[in-house]
Design a protein around this ligand. Structure first.
Ligand code: AMP
Length: 176
């Protein structure tokens, strides 16, 4: 059982108004990372429905998602697989484009990153509109992975990101 509550994590998340642009309330998770108990507790909460050995790989999204997904992977005795912004991965990739508020973005994964049927858990720091994580899910599906769940430390519920992920369980720890 995690010895940290979601309320304690919520209290440590710093809200930074108007970053990176006017109107955005940026949820800064660095105070959670810097606190040993809260960081470990956040990983406990993000992995609590899974036993070590029941997950083959934890997929993390560039860049803050890597921190939580990599720590979760070691705890679950699973591999770690990065989803990166286009152009960053060195080997052959598969890519998925998705819509941003203005324009488009593309995420990529190595073509051999997940074996067909691999049991995978997607972890990211924050679910906003769901565009990024839905694109990551699409990549995981293209490789034939079995998606167990999509877990987030933070969910901005008013942006309805869950609606884009409804084919799989969505869990979040701190909800705004
Ligand atoms: P989205 O594709 O809209 O769900 O956006 C999710 C991604 O954008 C996550 O990887 C977050 O790291 C980042 N993000 C979006 N909104 C915020 C916010 N208000 N504070 C911090 N990160 C955010």
């Amino acid at each position: 059982m995690p010895n940290v509550t979601a309320a304690e994590i919520a209290a440590a998340i710093r809200n930074v108004p108007d970053f990176p642009k006017p109107g955005i309330q940026f949820k800064d998770i660095t105070p959670v990372l810097a606190d040993a108990r809260l960081f470990a507790g956040s990983i406990d909460l993000l992995t609590q429905n899974f036993a070590p050995g029941s997950v083959d790989a934890v997929v993390g999204i560039d860049a803050r998602g890597f921190i939580f997904a990599a720590a979760a992977a070691t705890k679950l005795k699973a591999g770690f697989v990065p989803v990166r912004k286009k152009g960053k991965l060195p080997f052959q990739t598969i890519e998925q484009e998705y819509a941003l508020e203005y324009g488009n973005a593309t995420v990529a994964m190595h073509i051999d990153a997940l074996k067909p049927g691999a049991r995978v858990l997607l972890i990211d720091d924050l679910l906003a509109t769901g565009g990024t994580s839905a694109a990551a899910v699409a990549l995981m599906q293209k490789l034939g992975a079995k998606i167990l769940a999509t877990n987030f430390l933070i969910e901005l519920k008013f942006l309805n990101g869950r609606d884009k992920l409804k084919d799989h369980p969505v869990r979040s720890i701190v909800v705004y």
